[in-house]
Design a protein around this ligand. Structure first.
Ligand SMILES: Cc1cc2nc3c(=O)[nH]c(=O)nc-3n(C[C@H](O)[C@H](O)[C@H](O)COP(=O)(O)OP(=O)(O)OC[C@H]3O[C@@H](n4cnc5c(N)ncnc54)[C@H](O)[C@@H]3O)c2cc1C
Length: 387
């Protein structure tokens, strides 16, 4: 459906990737979507299949077991999975979260140890930045890592960590320096989450993306080998910002896919549902609504593809990634609202998939930088205003 609008020219390989992701998502994800949402359960069996079929971590170099594709191909897969179900899409593809920065900044040994197991489905990763008192203000975090002998000793609490209770290891942003400029006091450290002193609590009760695991992690004198420092000491804040410049393209792709999926549900419904003796689709008000929705999705898709391909061309443009993420997420929230509206009262019940999409998409305006933080970044970059 709507393939004819896909004007962003995909080459043969990219078309094959997109088609394979769509076919896999359509045949496998629906079996898990509803129950994983209802039970807040990670789709273990589905995740294994997604890995086996080569969709996880495709941006990871072939040398480290990935497909060696770019962020563009990665976005195509995220889009197709989220078109079918955002919760299971995020749960399964998001198992490599943090690998983006590890691939850029890790040592050879770190990449061998921590990247290689991810596409194979032998490990799950997390990235822990947010704390109970500080999310948007990344430099406001308080978790400390103090060097003692050959170890980093970590104390503090991280929250809202995706995969937090199921991941094998995580990149943890810690404050390592007492002095110096505010943003140069942090470092990123790879932590084995089975280490002594770690308590993990799964956070239940999310309104959406319930197949994805989210947890609070407490670190009490956790000893981590000194060589687990990732990247440059004191540059952790900047490693995280660079991670966001990349990860925001997959959030934008999540939004485009979810919005597309919602539109397709609404279009099917509008063709079947009869009102005033005619199918809903015959009414001009509905046709206008569908026209606006489809146009917004297409604009969001173009921006998302542009941002992802810029990264693959080596152009890191923070405001472009932020524009794609902010705009696509806004479109998804608006579009899913209108698509539920087209379902009338039925859309308000969980029997209809649109109700799940409605709950799932809101978080796209919250994680990897809230919509306010995205706009702040875009505005500052355009106006040339320093923080
Ligand atoms: C499902 C889920 C998964 C997540 N996964 C992860 C993860 O894997 N790792 C991780 O580290 N974090 C994760 N997060 C955390 C997420 O990144 C934060 O929730 C987000 O960055 C916002 O931080 P906060 O919740 O502390 O809100 P706050 O920073 O307290 O912001 C509250 C509100 O104030 C606004 N605001 C803040 N500062 C300004 C300002 N200067 N100007 C205008 N408005 C402002 C915000 O936009 C927001 O609307 C996840 C969150 C959720 C819900």
């Amino acid at each position: 459906m709507f393939e004819q609008y896909n004007y962003f020219e995909l080459n043969k390989e990219q078309e094959d990737i997109k088609r394979a992701a769509r076919e896999f998502a359509e045949s496998e994800i629906p079996k898990f979507a509803k129950s994983c949402d209802e039970n807040e359960e990670f789709p273990w069996e589905l995740w294994k299949k997604v890995c086996k079929n080569g969709f996880v971590g495709v941006f990871i170099d072939e040398k480290y077991g990935g497909a060696g594709y770019g962020y563009f191909e990665n976005a195509l897969i995220w889009e197709e999975f989220h078109r079918v179900d955002p919760g299971c899409g995020f749960a399964t593809l998001g198992t490599t979260i943090g690998a983006e920065t590890l691939q850029l900044n890790g040592t050879e040994e770190q990449k061998e140890s921590y990247l290689v197991p991810l596409p194979k489905g032998e490990a799950i990763m997390a990235i822990m930045i947010t704390e109970p008192h500080a999310g948007s203000d990344v430099a406001g975090i308080k978790t400390t890592a103090v060097k003692e002998g050959g170890y980093w000793v970590i104390n503090g609490t991280k929250t809202f960590s995706t995969n937090g209770s199921i991941a094998d290891y995580a990149i943890v942003l810690c404050r390592t320096e007492d002095e110096g400029e505010r943003h140069r006091r942090f470092s990123t450290i790879i932590v084995d989450l089975k280490s002594e002193g770690i308590t993990r609590t799964k956070l239940r009760g999310k309104i959406g993306m319930r197949a994805s695991d989210t947890a609070e992690i407490h670190f009490d004198n956790v000893h981590v080998p000194g060589e687990n420092l990732m990247g440059v000491r004191g540059k952790g804040f900047y490693h995280i910002m660079d991670f966001f410049n990349r990860s925001r393209t997959w959030v934008a792709a999540q939004a485009v896919g979810a919005a597309q999926g919602a539109l397709e549900l609404a279009v099917s419904y509008a063709k079947e549902r009869r009102v005033f003796g005619e199918p809903l689709s015959r009414f001009q008000a509905i046709q206008f609504k569908v026209a606006e929705i489809a146009t917004k999705i297409e604009a969001a898709r173009c921006l998302t593809y542009k941002a992802a391909s810029a990264i693959d061309k080596g152009k890191i443009i923070p405001e472009l990634s932020a524009m794609a993420k902010w705009y696509a997420a806004r479109v998804a929230v608006e579009v899913v609202d209108e698509c539920l509206q087209m379902h009338g009262g039925y859309g308000y019940f969980s029997d209809y998939d649109i109700s799940r999409f409605y709950r799932d998409v809101k978080v796209l305006e919250i994680y990897e930088g809230t919509k306010e933080i995205e706009k702040w970044l875009i505005g500052r970059r355009i106006l040339g205003v320093k923080r």
